[in-house]
Design a binder for this molecule. Structure first.
Ligand SMILES: [Zn+2]
Ligand SMILES: [Zn+2]
Length: 252
């Protein structure tokens, strides 16, 4: 069992340090644990995000995980990742970060339009134009080839009964399929009854033929101990007939 969606208290809205997540994952029998805390961005403005790690904390994050990888090497494999939006004007900065640090993978968590300095949050009710922006932004991110999978692809909040939803989300699913990128079933959303994961979206993914990966999106180490929710989520996907995978591509 593997999980690549794990936060830490570094992003200000999760609790527990890295080692507590590692211990919980070992206890539950995970063979591989990937950390994907919310990436910092190097903003042009004085904007300060309160939902992601500070830029100067990245070095400590990576070093902590390298140390834990060595300490627990006989018990679990640890991967170092980040959950990143697709912010066009900051992508060169991100690419440099991926060269400068031993980061194994990044996942596409498309929370905001363009940049969170000015853009809307895609998880609030969207109009048609905003839904299209969400989808276009996901597709552009997918096409960079940098991301290993799409986190909570169904984050966009829109009337799922409107045929326009199916039309737009089909485009997202097709792009992910073309780039062989799994779509995530988000366990945090499932456990807390958010608008995602939603059945309409996963029926579209089934029709398009996407592979699905379960992501815990752990914001507390105990989420990795909750195997009951994991099994319920897995059964939900199996009932819809989706193909599950645990394999992602790595940058290094
Ligand atoms: Zn996210
Ligand atoms: Zn997350």
């Amino acid at each position: 069992m593997k999980n690549y969606h794990t936060h830490t208290k570094r992003c200000y809205h999760a609790i527990d340090n890295e080692e507590e997540y590692v211990k919980a994952a070992i206890q539950s029998g995970y063979t591989e644990l990937g950390f994907s805390d919310h990436t910092p961005w190097h903003y042009e403005t004085s904007y300060h995000s309160t939902m992601r790690m500070e830029e100067d904390k990245l070095v400590g994050y990576v070093q902590t995980l390298l140390n834990l990888r060595e300490k627990y090497q006989d018990q679990i494999s640890i991967k170092i990742g980040l959950e990143c939006e697709y912010f066009p004007k900051y992508m060169n900065w991100l690419k440099q970060i991926l060269k400068d640090y031993p980061i194994d993978y990044i996942i596409l968590g498309n929370h905001f339009d363009e940049t969170d300095e000015t853009g809307i949050y895609f998880g609030r009710p969207l109009n048609k134009q905003q839904l299209t922006k969400y989808v276009e932004s996901c597709i552009a991110g997918i096409k960079t080839g940098l991301y290993s999978y799409v986190a909570h692809p169904d984050l966009a909040f829109y009337d799922t009964d409107d045929p326009f939803y199916t039309q737009e989300m089909t485009r997202l699913c097709q792009a992910a399929k073309e780039y062989q990128m799994p779509l995530e079933f988000n366990l945090l959303g499932y456990a807390t009854h958010r608008q995602y994961p939603n059945e309409t979206f996963f029926n579209i993914a089934k029709k398009v033929g996407n592979k699905v990966i379960i992501g815990t999106d752990a914001h507390e180490s105990s989420a990795l101990l909750d195997m009951n929710t994991y099994q319920l989520g897995k059964q939900w996907l199996e009932r819809l007939g989706l193909e599950l995978t645990e394999d992602i591509k790595f940058l290094i």
